[in-house]
Design a protein around this ligand. Structure first.
Ligand code: FAD
Length: 116
């Protein structure tokens, strides 16, 4: 079977989860309603209680408590999430991502046209 057709390990799960989360942030409204703001906050809090990597989820919950989701606009949410992801990157020895490029990576495609 293909690798994806077997149970996912922590890394496969992490990659796919980050993909969903960054794409949700990339498509979040510029002027979200209060319902949309509450929904996205609730989504992150529930995810942090159920995320199926227990020690990842524990740090995730601590992080959310110290730095609650910033949900007033697409820009705010994407930047908040980029910083959260960078904290995990640092913790596990991966390079930090340049958050000024987060909309190129997850929303618009790279300026050099390589995603067109
Ligand atoms: P990933 O980190 O999965 O990133 C996928 C892609 O996102 C990258 O290729 C890059 O293009 C882009 N990217 C990278 N950084 C950023 C950023 N800051 N902002 C925007 N885009 C970015 N693993 C552990 O070992 N220990 C943990 O405690 C842990 N906690 C996690 C907590 C959460 C909430 C999640 C979702 C995952 C966690 N993981 C943890 C998994 C880990 O973060 C990675 O997903 C996994 O190691 C696979 O890494 P990767 O190199 O494929 O890239």
């Amino acid at each position: 079977p293909r690798r994806d057709d077997c149970p996912w390990d922590k890394d496969a799960l992490g990659r796919s989860t980050w993909g969903l989360l960054h794409t949700m942030a990339a498509t979040f409204p510029n002027e979200p309603s209060s319902q949309q703001q509450n929904d996205i906050k609730g989504f992150f809090h529930i995810l942090s209680r159920l995320y199926p990597c227990e020690y990842c989820a524990k740090d995730f919950r601590k992080e959310l408590k110290e730095h609650p989701p910033q949900v007033k606009s697409q820009q705010e949410l994407s930047q908040w999430l980029c910083k959260l992801h960078n904290k995990v990157n640092v913790k596990i020895g991966k390079p930090e991502f340049d958050c000024s490029k987060v909309n190129e990576r997850w929303r618009d495609g790279w300026l050099d046209g390589s995603c067109d």
